[in-house]
Design a protein around this ligand. Structure first.
Ligand code: R7I
Ligand code: MG
Ligand code: MG
Length: 370
């Protein structure tokens, strides 16, 4: 039975499922041309966005997706085929997808996990990831960038079960606590977005409440560890904060408590405060910031659409733009639904129809199970 957390007057759940996966695809496709750049000036971006938003542009450019979407697709395919989470099957799907199309811009080291998984015939799907970086595991954002299918497939699960699912999906490639905790945070940010009431006419919601809920959950996870923590990747943080995600979320909350602080914060400053690189810790909180900041108008960003503002603001941070935009737009898509995402942006993405179908498949799964 479908979880009855939604009321009829608000953006419907199917639209949010589609918005989440389509948002992730758009962020990846439109973010990839800027990957590795410094924070990008708003006038350059305004030109880029104006062009992408025009239906009549003579040469209609379609952008390819990168590893973020390739791995997201494999997650959906595994959930839908297996009708449950199966680490062996998922690890095989990740690897086969990489072998089929290796030039999708994968992280520098995760490719070693794929070859090790292949050589052990996927028998111990968590083992190769544990050996990364001399046994510390990867703290890259590759677990977080692909987590949206876990949030959708796990829609009917309890928070505790969902946290465990998100961690386990991430640990196939990312066994560092900051790697899989980043995936948990992004997954929870999507779940909260799915549950946050917004309507087509009024996109406002209580950002303080949203952040309080995330802070409470992340603090619990970072202090106590999640169910799937093992001794080797447990709580030894070598003298650094044990709660780095919670610390960043609290900083975001502090900024949002004073509108004048938020208004004056440049993209450079946001990138400096929260990060814009390939580590999960320096990208997931930034993506959440972008999605929340874009609820209200932003100086120099000419759009009355909060989804478009999210994309625009995420791109402006520079750095790991495909991934930050993908994560930010998945959250925005889950908040506002598919109907708020301009059609023309969707048409610019490789495999858009397939991604909509994948969202529908996940929706069918969660609406049909008892
Ligand atoms: O995390 P991952 O899948 O990469 C995802 C990123 C996204 O931006 C994609 O769009 C794509 O561009 O790549 O891949 P990993 O290879 O596990 O991690 C990415 C990078 O993070 C590594 O190549 C390292 O540079 C860095 N990194 C680390 N460096 C030192 N010590 C990750 N973990 C560590 C570490 O423990
Ligand atoms: Mg990528
Ligand atoms: Mg990236």
């Amino acid at each position: 039975m479908l979880n009855q957390r939604m009321s009829a007057s608000v953006t419907n759940l199917l639209s949010r499922f589609r918005g989440c996966l389509v948002g992730g695809l758009i962020g990846d496709c439109l973010g990839s041309p800027f990957e590795g750049d410094d924070p990008i000036s708003r006038s350059v971006l305004q030109n880029f966005m104006d062009k992408q938003l025009k239906e009549s542009s003579k040469l209609f450019q379609v952008f390819s997706y990168t590893d973020d979407t390739a791995m997201t697709k494999s997650m959906v395919e595994s959930f839908v085929q297996m009708k449950s989470f199966d680490a062996k099957d998922m690890s095989k799907k990740f690897t086969m997808e990489y072998i089929k199309e290796p030039k999708r811009g994968y992280g520098g080291n995760v490719v070693d996990v794929f070859s090790a998984l292949n050589s052990i015939n996927y028998e111990h799907p968590y083992e190769p990831a544990r050996h990364q970086f001399n046994g510390t595991g990867s703290y890259g954002n590759g677990g977080a960038m692909r987590t949206s299918p876990a949030a959708l497939f796990g829609y009917n699960l309890s928070d505790k079960e969902l946290i465990s699912l998100a961690a386990n999906c991430a640990r196939i490639t990312h066994s560092h606590r900051n790697g899989f905790n980043g995936a948990i945070l992004q997954c929870l940010a999507i779940r909260l977005a799915l549950d946050t009431e917004t309507s087509q006419t009024d996109q406002s919601f209580d950002i303080n409440l949203y952040l309080n809920r995330l802070i409470e959950k992340m603090n619990e996870i970072e202090v106590n560890g999640c169910e799937s923590d093992s001794e080797s990747d447990g709580l030894n943080t070598n003298g650094l904060s044990r709660t780095p995600y919670t610390d960043k979320l609290k900083k975001i909350k502090e900024l949002f408590s004073d509108e004048s602080k938020i208004k004056g914060l440049s993209s450079e400053r946001v990138a400096y405060l929260f990060g814009n690189d390939v580590s999960a810790l320096n990208s997931v909180p930034s993506a959440i910031y972008c999605a929340l900041r874009a609820q209200k108008p932003i100086d120099d960003i000419e759009s009355d659409n909060p989804f478009v503002r999210t994309l625009y603001f995420a791109l402006s941070l520079g750095g790991d733009t495909d991934t930050i935009a993908s994560m930010a737009c998945s959250i925005a898509g889950a908040l506002y639904g598919h109907q708020l995402i301009p059609n023309v942006l969707q048409k610019r993405c490789e495999d858009i129809d397939l991604i909509v179908k994948y969202a529908d498949n996940l929706y069918s799964f969660v609406s049909n199970v008892d």
